[in-house]
Design a protein around this ligand. Structure first.
Ligand code: MOS
Length: 725
């Protein structure tokens, strides 16, 4: 293990003091305000909309509907996004769909006018029940319907299961969830001539440029998206949602800037949610606990308005060693808002089922569940057979068990009590894919001695901007405080957007390359510039200074002396093209849960996560990432449940008062340990991802602890007290 730097977030002070300007905080001159109109039925056709009263209302500038549309082309080609362009047809695909935009002089005028618009629908009964749809689940339109690996001589996965000494089969279900990022979605659009400038809440300014160029039929070079601060994303700011192109199109037609901020309730429907899932898992093992067969048949809900679903069974193919593996995918189509990515899409729900099933198998074998996992730890990817680039999961297990006191776990469920509380321990394995995407970064040395590091990355609150500062400061040998991270501007070099836990692993190597290139350019300048005091000398660089062995001069002074305001270099780090190894992050969660004997109330009371995610660049922010994911995992386990009303297809709890997420009182002290082994096969930096890894295995750990405390195996999330009575 190497020592790890622990730095405060460079953006912390501006964020907590309110000085950080989020998308909605921009007020260009002449600003008008947009307010979305949304459908009040879930499926059918809009027959007519009466906008006359709204158009006469004070301050109203325009009312756009499918009967008076803005020009927006289809722009979202990928899964996780809505396929139809807003206002371009009269079909209603879900309750809360954008069906209009009112633009007025103030937000309140736009909102009040929106309340005056009436709509007539030809409404059908929506498909709103996932449970009812399960029997008719179909293979997905995209992606393989199933993947299977069988040992030589084995004819089918069922044959392998039948030949196992011990088997368990169980079905696990998870509800819809929504991201509830603190910052609601907002877009401010301004036009100057034919050029568009947009401030919009997004996980990637490059992504927004691409989609807006399609939506508005524009050259991407004429669009600039600026969004340095993001108040959380978790996947819901990856896609570009209806309000963004509508706001830009309205600003174009009206010839003045327009801002649209979604209300909290609109965020629930205009923006996508995590699908519901069901997994039927069968595990077969020999009597000593060696896995023989793993089968997971996964079903995900999918919105009628897009193609995204969770390939929820797939995690079962990359976790434990077994000679026979089978994972399938099916979807149930519902007339609900868009299904999209949310923190560890597929893996998070997948791990709840697999980690619960592993404990059920351990019970059937009479084995300690940690021993079962250890016995079936994989040294190679179970499907591809490629060796892992760097895997220290066993150390996570060992260190975690020792630190958490796993040996004190009751062997028999319900055996440990503390007054009115039944006490249990559980654990779950975490894993998530590791990536290194192509990234370009610019590093600019300035004559004031400061350094600007630029690229189109996003900091959703993760600490990415501080990672930029730390890595550049290390290469340049200067204090972190002298580095100014410049993220979230599409005019800067194309870096990795914030998704798939790939920011630090992709952008980090590029920051280091660019800092090195800037340093090289400085040395060259010092030796070659005629006015340089080091002209013609052998120049070296150390600690922010150039020198020739005798004299040394800070780079800022040299630039000032030469009359140069700055000197910069851009470098590109390529994507990982390794065919020889498989790359994933790993970890182990350990938790203690107390369940009230009389009320069934479950409380998580202790937590430890041990994380094997390669090099940790900033221990403090990395810890926060893990803690955040664990908190979200506890929410997934005990609270989160986005309810779809069966008759109406409406989300019944689309407010932050009704959609429950953990508050401080629900969360125990969370301990995090990083192993910090650099993954040098992934990059010279050796950093893998941590943002999504943190939630994988967390809900399973809670479910397992609940079982250990009570003997109750709850297989449908969330684990609410009524299920424990
Ligand atoms: Mo994340 S679900 O990769 O935005």
């Amino acid at each position: 293990m190497m020592s790890v730097r622990s730095a405060n977030r460079e953006d912390g002070p501006v964020k907590v003091s309110g000085a950080a300007a989020y998308a909605a905080d921009h007020h260009p001159d002449g600003l008008a305000y947009g307010y979305l109109l949304t459908s009040t039925v879930a499926r059918g056709t809009l027959l007519a909309m009466d906008t006359a009263a709204a158009e006469r209302a004070p301050g109203v500038i325009a009312v756009y509907t499918p009967f008076n549309p803005l020009d927006v082309r289809p722009f979202l080609k990928e899964g996780g996004a809505e396929l139809a362009a807003p206002l371009q047809d009269t079909r209603i695909r879900y309750h809360g769909q954008a069906v209009g935009l009112v633009v007025a002089e103030t937000f309140e005028q736009a909102r009040d006018a929106a309340a005056l618009v009436t709509a007539r629908y030809d409404a059908d009964r929506p498909r709103a029940s996932f449970a009812d749809g399960l029997a008719g689940a179909e293979p997905p339109a995209t992606g393989a319907p199933a993947q299977e690996v069988l040992a030589d001589g084995v004819a089918s996965i069922d044959e392998a299961l039948a030949a196992s000494d011990v088997t368990i089969t169980a079905t696990y279900t998870t509800p819809a969830e929504t991201h509830v990022a603190m910052e609601p979605h907002a877009t401010v659009a301004s036009w100057t001539g034919g050029r568009l400038t947009i401030h919009t809440a997004t996980q990637g300014v490059r992504l927004a440029v691409e989609r807006l160029s399609e939506a508005l039929a524009m050259d991407p070079a004429d669009i600039r998206v600026i969004n340095p601060y993001v108040g959380g994303g978790f996947g819901n700011k990856w896609a570009t949602w209806a309000h963004t192109p509508l706001t830009a199109a309205a600003a174009r037609v009206l010839g003045r800037p327009v801002k649209t901020v979604l209300t909290r309730e609109q965020v629930f429907t205009v923006v996508g949610h995590r699908p519901l899932t069901s997994q039927t898992v069968s595990l077969g093992a020999s009597a000593d606990g060696t896995l023989v067969a793993v089968r997971n048949d996964g079903v995900s809900s999918r919105s009628a308005s897009n193609s995204f679903y969770e390939a929820v069974a797939d995690l079962s193919l990359s976790m434990y060693d077994a000679p026979n593996l089978h994972a399938s995918r099916k979807v149930v189509t519902l007339d609900v808002p868009v299904t999209t990515i949310m923190r560890a899409p597929s893996e998070s729900n997948g791990s709840f089922a697999l980690e619960s099933a592993m404990d059920e198998l351990a019970d059937a074998l009479g084995m300690d569940p940690l021993d079962l996992r250890r016995k079936n730890d994989s040294s190679r990817h179970p499907v591809s057979g490629l060796p892992w680039s760097s895997k220290h999961l066993d150390e996570c297990y060992t260190l975690g068990a020792e630190r958490f006191g796993w040996s004190r776990r009751g062997r028999v469920p319900g055996a440990v009590a503390d007054g009115d509380w039944l006490v249990g321990m559980g654990m779950g394995t975490a894993t998530f894919g590791a990536f290194r995407s192509e990234a370009s970064i610019n590093v600019r040395l300035r004559d004031d001695g400061r350094v600007v590091v630029s690229g189109t990355a996003a900091d959703l609150g993760t600490g990415q901007s501080t990672v930029f500062a730390i890595l550049a400061a290390d290469v340049l040998g200067i204090p972190v405080e002298r580095v100014i991270p410049d993220l979230g501007d599409s005019a800067t070099p194309p870096a990795v957007s914030a998704g798939g836990s790939g920011s630090t692993s992709g952008n980090g190597p590029a920051v280091r390359l660019a800092a090195q290139a800037a340093r090289d350019a400085l040395v060259k300048l010092a030796a070659e510039h005629e006015k340089s005091p080091f002209h013609g000398q052998e120049v070296t660089y150390a600690g922010g200074e150039v020198g020739d062995g005798g004299r040394a001069m800070p780079f800022g002074e040299l630039l000032a002396l030469l009359g140069l305001p700055d000197l910069d270099a851009t470098a590109t780090s390529p994507r990982n093209a390794s065919q020889s190894h498989a790359f994933r992050s790993f970890g182990a969660h350990f938790c203690e849960v107390r369940v009230n004997r009389w009320t069934g109330e479950p409380r998580v009371t202790r937590w430890l996560s041990v994380v094997d995610a390669g090099t940790i660049v900033n221990a403090k922010a990395a810890r926060s990432q893990i803690v955040g994911g664990v908190v979200m995992g506890i929410g997934q386990a005990l609270l989160e449940d986005l309810r779809i009303e069966p008759g109406t297809g409406r989300f019944g709890n689309a407010t932050m008062a009704d959609y429950l997420v953990p508050v401080n009182a629900d969360i125990p002290p969370i301990e995090v340990e990083f192993l910090n082994y650099p993954d040098t096969l992934l990059s010279d930096l050796g950093a893998r991802g941590i943002g999504e890894l943190s939630i994988v295995g967390a809900a399973g750990a809670v479910a397992n602890a609940v079982h250990n405390a009570t003997g109750r195996r709850v297989r449908d999330l969330p684990i609410t007290l009524d299920k424990l009575l």
